[in-house]
Every structure is written in C-alpha cells, then in structure tokens.
Design a protein around this ligand. Structure first.
Ligand SMILES: NC(=O)c1ccc[n+]([C@@H]2O[C@H](COP(=O)([O-])OP(=O)(O)OC[C@H]3O[C@@H](n4cnc5c(N)ncnc54)[C@H](OP(=O)(O)O)[C@@H]3O)[C@@H](O)[C@H]2O)c1
Length: 189
C-alpha cells in the first residue's frame, strides 16, 4: 500500500516536472564564504546550493581553541625537562600559557638543545629554573625544592619525563644497571 502510494507520488511529481525552488544560486565549494555572504543579503530569494566535485581542493581556515591552558600564576615541574620529551613538554606548556617551569635533571644544562630551550623560553617571558638533582634522592630533592618554593608561585603540576636507559638482558645486567634505570622511574616517581 505504502509502496503504491509512493510510486504514485513519484509519477505525479515527475509528470508535473517538479523543479527545485527558483532561482537556484549555485556556488562551488571553494566559494562557500561567498554563498554565506549572499545568504546574508536582504531581499535574496531562492535556494543556494554548494557543489562538491571529487578531487576538489578546499582551502580551510579554522581556528582551534586549546581545551586547557596552564595558569600563569602557578609553577609546573618537569622531571627530565631538559631531555627530548621534557623539552617538548616545556615548549608545549609555554605555548599553553605556562609561565613558571622547573626543569629537573642530574646534569643540568649541558647540551646545546637544553641551552637553546632555556634561552627560547626566557625570550617568551617564561621563568625557567633548572634544578640539578637526582629525583631518586629524596633528601636532596626535598632540600632543593624547599629552597626554591620560597621564591616561586605554588607548584600545581609535576610531569615525569626521566629515563636513565641501561638496556640489557636481565642475565647480563649489573646491579648498578638495575639501580640506575629503576631509580628515576620507580623511586623518583
Ligand atoms: N624516546 C623514546 O623513543 C621514548 C619512547 C617511549 C617512552 N619514552 C619515555 O619518555 C620519557 C623521556 O624520554 P626521552 O627520550 O626524552 O629521554 P632523554 O632525552 O634521555 O631525557 C631523559 C631525561 O631524564 C633525566 N634524568 C634521568 N634520570 C634522572 C634522575 N634520576 N633524576 C633527574 N633527572 C633524570 C635526564 O637528564 P640527566 O641524565 O642529566 O639526569 C634527561 O634529561 C621517558 O619516560 C621514556 O621512558 C621515550
């Protein structure tokens, strides 16, 4: 029954040569902005159609809004902050509003990459403190942090980006390899 009604309706529609509402304003997909502008104009009647073709190149201009920004009046600590991942963290955090960073490592600023990071962040107005301490040594860590926290905004975040890689098969591993590699990850965390 429904099928028959539908076929009847289609037949009537085709015989009556149904047409889309006129006038029809056709825009290419790359002219979408023009289509919207046209739509805003007063006294415009008819329909606007945006045509898409396979393989078409579209220029898209969109702005993304960060879902999270680091408060500027807080301090974030990045353990291993002068290493590869740590430097990426620090740059990303600065791009998201962080203004006080503490970068912790055992050897401090030695590499050119670390020096470049600290000067780059400084130029962006980020206050960077580099702490030279082993995060597996609780006494030393507490000592340097106690001193530092007197002069920095409250600590609101800690990131763990340390690794001391002593890759080895277990049977070939020395006790020192084991201690060094688990120290930052296990004891330090
Ligand atoms: N790179 C990769 O492909 C990869 C893959 C998977 C996971 N990850 C993880 O990503 C994190 C960072 O890796 P990465 O590639 O950035 O390594 P990285 O460049 O070697 O950096 C590690 C940093 O940790 C510091 N560190 C090591 N032990 C420490 C300790 N006891 N106390 C304080 N600082 C210490 C090192 O500085 P000092 O030596 O001066 O102390 C160094 O700055 C690690 O958790 C790692 O397991 C990395």
């Amino acid at each position: 029954m429904a099928c028959k009604d539908f076929q009847e309706a289609m037949k009537t529609g085709l015989e009556a040569q149904l047409r889309p509402p006129q006038p029809l304003h056709v825009f290419q997909a790359e002219q979408t902005e023009a289509a919207f502008r046209h739509f805003q104009e007063a006294n415009v009647i008819g329909k606007k159609v945006v045509e898409l073709h396979p393989g078409m190149t579209l220029v898209v201009n969109f702005q993304t809004k960060a879902r999270y920004n680091f408060p500027a009046d807080a301090t974030n600590i990045v353990a291993g902050g002068l290493g590869g991942l740590g430097r990426s963290f620090a740059r990303w955090m600065a791009s998201r509003g962080a203004r006080n960073l503490v970068l912790v490592s055992r050897s401090s600023i030695k590499s050119n990459a670390a020096k470049a990071l600290v000067s780059e962040l400084g130029m962006q107005g980020v206050c960077v403190a580099t702490l030279q301490v082993d995060i597996g040594d609780m006494t030393s860590l507490s000592h340097v942090l106690d001193d530092l926290t007197k002069s920095i905004p409250p600590i609101r975040g800690c990131f763990q980006a340390t690794v001391a890689l002593r890759d080895n098969l277990f049977e070939n591993m020395t006790h020192e390899d084991w201690v060094v590699s688990t120290r930052s990850k296990v004891t330090g965390s």
